[in-house]
Design a protein around this ligand. Sequence first.
Ligand code: FE2
Length: 357
Amino acid sequence: MPMKPIKATRRLALLTLSAMGAAVLALSAASASAQEQVLNLYSARHYQTDEALYANFTKSTGIRINRVEADDAGILARLQAEGTASPADVILLVDAARLWRGEQQGLFQPFRSAVVEQRIPAQFRAGDTGQGPQWVGVSTRARVIVYDKARLKAADVDSYEKLASLALKGQVCIRSGSHPYNLSLFGSVLEHLGPQATENWLKGIVANLARAPKGGDTDQIKGVASGECGVAVTNTYYFARLMRSTKPEDKDIVDRVGVVFPNQSSWGTHVNISGAAIARHAKNREAAVKFIEYLSGDDAQRMLADGNNEYATVPGVKTSNPALASLGSFKAETVPIAKVGANTVAIQQMLDRVGFK
Ligand code: FE2
C-alpha cells in the first residue's frame, strides 16, 4: 500500500530540523511516529457507510487507517504473494468459507482480547488452537429461501431439505454450488444431516434445478419474480436491498416474492458472517487488536450491520433497518462458524460427484 506523502508543512518543518543536528532529528522522528499511528486494512467490504465506521475509529484512537479494497479471493492472493513483507494489519472478508481458507493458508495470527471474547459469541470466533481466535464474525447475514407467491406457499419451502423434494422438480434456482456462500450453507447442512444425507440432498437439488446455476443471489430473486424459477436461495441483504429500493421494477419484484427463514422448526436458518482477522505479519498488532475491539462495540456493530442490511453479531445490539425488521426475527443455527468453514472441503468433493456446477 503506498504511503501517503508527508504534508508540505511537515516537510518544511523536517527540513528546518535537519539543520539542528542528528539527535534532535531522531527525537522528532520518534514523536512524529508516536503521533502518526497507522493501521493497514485489507477489506472486501465496499459499503459507503463503512467510511463513517473508519472515521470514528480514527477520531477516538488517533490511529489513521490506510485501506486496500479488493474482493475476498484477491485479498487472500495478495497476502500470499506479499508474504512477510505484507503491510496488512487487519483483514475484513465477507464469508466463512473464505476466512477458513485464509486460516488454512497461514495468513492470520491468533489474538487474545477480553473485549472481543465478551462481546462476540463463541459460535463466531474461529481458529482457536489455544492462543485465541484467528478470525471473528463482525456482522451476520441469513441465507433464506424466496418463492413465487403465485405458485407456491411458504409451507412448501420452509426448510433447506425441501429444496430437494420431488414437489419442486424444475423449480429451483441457485447460484453456483461452489460459490463460497453456498459452500458455507452446504457445510452447515453437512453438520446437521451428516455426509450421506447431505450428498443425497445435493443430488436432489441438482435434479430440481430450473436452469443451470448462473448469476448472483439477486439474479435468483429476479428469476422467481419473472416466473422462470419457483424457488431460490439468497442472502438476506440482497432481498433487503430490493425492499429498500425506490425503483418501480424492484418494488414489483418484492411484491411477487415471498421470503422464508428455513428450518424454524428444526436447527434454524443458516447464518454466515463478515469477519475480521489479524494478518500473520502485522506490523501494527496493537492497533489491529484495538480495531477489532472497536468493531465489536455497539456503534460499530450498528454501522457494520445497517450499512449492508446485515445483522449485528453481538447479541442485544439494536440495528435500525426497516426492511429487515419487516421480515421479522428468526431462529438461527448455532453451529460454530469454524465447523462450517472446515466442512467446505468435503462439500466441494460432493458437488463434483453429484455434478452441481
Ligand atoms: Fe454478497
